[in-house]
Design a protein. Structure first.
Length: 492
């Protein structure tokens, strides 16, 4: 009678010389396999339940793993459905050679995370230990919502009788809204860049930094903005026609993703964006010549482009003609944008972007300068009776065209291009498309509060309002109330 040792070294091991390959028939193999399992149990060789997944660091793998290659691009995986078997040695490969930006591959339940920058390929060897169906996605902001999802099915092996579970694919979507942190504030107020006083062209260096900022969108709702230099819109870049510009973009180490710049005032592929895709922590530099005057929108052009723009990555690049525009008393910088929020917008807290609403072009907020009330109270535009003001107005979008209007005033001049001799006079409302701009001049002749609106007035309820406060003596020749009822304030 044999004596068992502590290590159960006599436990049966199936090998090529004494195992299944020596069988002369499938029936004999099956009988030998069942006998082996019975002997293992009878001899006390306990088999512990395996974990769901193992990697090469902790598992004995076959010499030649089965490769499952997933090709990532903007914005899908090919294939979007992949299959494996329990116990199979798998080499999972994420191929991002076709991608213009970084992508990743995440199965949260299994702890799988592969990441590849544009043009790169990354792999990981795995052994799946439990059958099931598992959803995978690209976890970079906006990528999953744009279509980068798929499903992994791990089938049971011949030795596994555990049924495949689809619990991981339950269609539940609980949106958690984090509470507002103490001390959170609004975005900084913006001013127009000073006019160019030079009479000759120059070589200029312009530095921008893409950085995330969490700030108040309303008094009760905050948003994770993506910005240029920490403001929405980004800073006004002011140049002179003929200037040569060295534009650098630094992408903050705190950014969650690649960013870039496309300026409508740059002549060249992608308005510069083709060569300014800047990875997290990196810096890109582009040199260009400002050859045509005008007020041009610049914005991030990294996929998903509307996500980056809606989150605040837009601004104006103003290129002055050699003689400039006619001088005015004050210049102001205003841009309109539309935002799309996850969850109940009545709920206080920090909201994320809703890609579904964005694709449906159904904004929750349409605002001037990044947030509700950004051009109000202490930050209202201010001038005096008799002065002329100029507003550089642009629409970042990404989707909504503006019917820009100042209630109670007319635009004395509207420049839609860069030629100071070409303008339209006495305009009540100017249509400015997403990605477009207009320069408007107003001569102020009566004191009071004048409201800047998008005259698609339902957007007034979504935040599209700003204020121009005009001080000075009354001008009864121009405006004089004679008799009026003390009814409800109309808001004007």
């Amino acid at each position: 009678m044999k004596t068992k040792n502590k290590n159960h070294s006599h436990c049966l091991r199936v090998s090529n010389s004494h195992g299944l390959h020596a069988c002369k028939s499938k029936a004999t193999c099956a009988l030998l396999l069942l006998t082996s399992i019975a002997l293992l149990v009878s001899e006390g060789c306990a088999v512990k339940p395996p974990p769901t997944i193992d990697t090469t660091a902790n598992a004995t793998l076959q010499v030649s793993p089965t490769e499952i290659k997933i090709i990532a691009s903007e914005f899908n995986y090919k294939p979007a459905q992949i299959n494996a078997k329990v116990g199979e040695n798998v080499r999972l490969t994420l191929d991002n050679k076709q991608g213009a930006i970084e992508h990743d591959f995440v199965i949260k339940e299994l702890g799988i995370h592969l990441s590849a920058k544009a043009g790169q390929v990354t792999s990981k060897d795995l052994v799946f230990k439990q059958p099931g169906e598992y959803a995978f996605k690209c976890a970079l902001p906006g990528h999953k919502e744009s279509g980068m999802t798929g499903k992994l099915t791990v089938a049971a092996s011949a030795l596994t009788n555990t049924p495949i579970s689809s619990a991981n694919n339950a269609l539940t979507h609980v949106i958690k809204i984090p509470a507002l942190p103490k001390g959170i504030t609004h975005l900084p107020a913006l001013t127009a860049a000073a006019p160019i006083n030079r009479t000759t062209a120059a070589l200029l260096k312009v530095e921008l930094e893409a950085m995330p900022v969490t700030a108040l969108l309303t008094e009760k709702i905050a948003y994770h903005y993506w910005t240029f230099n920490g403001t929405v819109p980004g800073p006004m870049i002011r140049l002179r026609q003929g200037d040569t510009v060295e534009l650098s973009l630094k992408n903050s180490p705190l950014s969650p993703i690649t960013h870039s710049i496309d300026s409508h005032g740059i002549t060249g592929p992608g308005g510069g964006a083709k060569f300014m895709q800047t990875a997290v922590g990196d810096t890109s530099i582009l040199r260009f010549k400002a050859i045509k005057p005008g007020a041009y929108v610049y914005h991030c052009a990294t996929p998903v482009v509307p996500h980056h723009i809606s989150s605040g990555m837009y601004g104006l690049m103003v290129v002055e003609p050699p003689g400039g525009w006619p001088k005015v008393d004050h210049e102001f910088y205003v841009m309109q944008g539309d935002l799309y929020l996850e969850g109940n917008t009545e709920q206080s807290g920090i909201h994320e972007v809703s890609m579904q609403k964005m694709q449906a072009e159904d904004p929750d907020y349409v605002v001037f300068n990044g947030s509700v009330g950004a051009i109000a109270k202490a930050n209202a535009l201010k001038a005096k009776v008799g002065e002329t003001v100029r507003i550089f107005f642009g629409v970042g979008g990404p989707n909504i065209t503006s019917s820009f209007h100042v209630i109670g005033e007319m635009f004395d001049k509207v420049y839609t291009g860069g030629n100071p001799s070409e303008f339209t006079t006495n305009v009540q409302t100017v249509m400015v498309p997403a990605g477009g701009s207009a320069i408007v001049d107003i001569k102020l002749e009566a004191p009071g509060s004048y409201i800047l609106v998008d005259h698609s007035l339902s957007r007034l309820q979504k935040g599209a309002a700003g204020f121009l406060e005009v001080e000075g003596p009354k001008n009864p020749d121009i405006f004089q109330p004679i008799k009026f009822s003390k009814g409800i304030d109309s808001g004007h």
